[in-house]
Design a protein around this ligand. Sequence first.
Ligand code: GLN
Length: 309
Amino acid sequence: MSSAVAPAFQPVLDQIAADIAARPGRGRPADYIPALAEADTSRFGMAVAEPDGTVYGVGDWRHPFSAQSITKAFTLALTLALEGEALWEHVGREPSGNPFNSLVQLEYENGIPRNPFINAGALVVTDRLHALTGDASGTLRAFLRAESGRQELDFDLAVAASEAAHGDRNAALAHFMASYGNIRTPVPELLEQYFRQCSLETSCADLALAGGFLARHGIRADGSSLLTRSQAKQVNAVMLTCGTYDAAGDFAYRVGLPGKSGVGGGIVAVVPGRCTLCVWSPGLDERGNSVAGVAALDRFTTLTGLSVF
Ligand code: GLN
């Protein structure tokens, strides 16, 4: 990993940070997870990683935050790499149009969640990764450490415990899918894995670098292959259509990139072949996406013209 004062991206990031600083109203932190409720909504950071690992940043781009649902893009990639197409027998890849923690649809769709990025789908993916590896959250942590180059990257077990103490809805989702035979891990063990996964403390720099394989068409930082080119396209496509839940249409309209948000206030976005971005600001809109984060990505694609469209 190298940091550099950038020829191309640094002025763009500086411009975006100035624009964001001038905007009042940044939404509210996720208060259904008490450990996240006190987050400072004035925080803002943004990083851009080029395919060669050069990373540029502005603001709080090295400050760790709770990755939360951003991890779902990584567990999807890791599971797809190990399991291939068979994964799609257990989880769909259509937008749900419902909030990330919704229970509706699951019953009349026989316990098969709409996509891997709503909580129900992510629980299925983590279940499969756990069966394949014996340690889903540890596998994910090892991957993020390797790709970011930051060996200290770790779980925040206080956040995981805080979420577990308020985890009735995720528990309900997991038990319901288990009743259809779509979850194999004992539910308490699966929830522990899932909450640990969500609690990973990562910075914008970490996640922009760790998502580099999505800009490199499936190739990891060390040059080895995680996904085929076609699989990398598939993950990016599901991020575009489902990565920001019931706001995915608006996100595609405003930003025009595959993206994955988390209720810690982070969003990862990908310009295939060109760069991976991560932006963080903890104030969320009512759909659970960072207000300043979406605005910053909107500015990025407007200023640079980089988009998949
Ligand atoms: N851990 C959170 C949950 O399960 C993740 C949600 C999110 O980031 N959208 O509710």
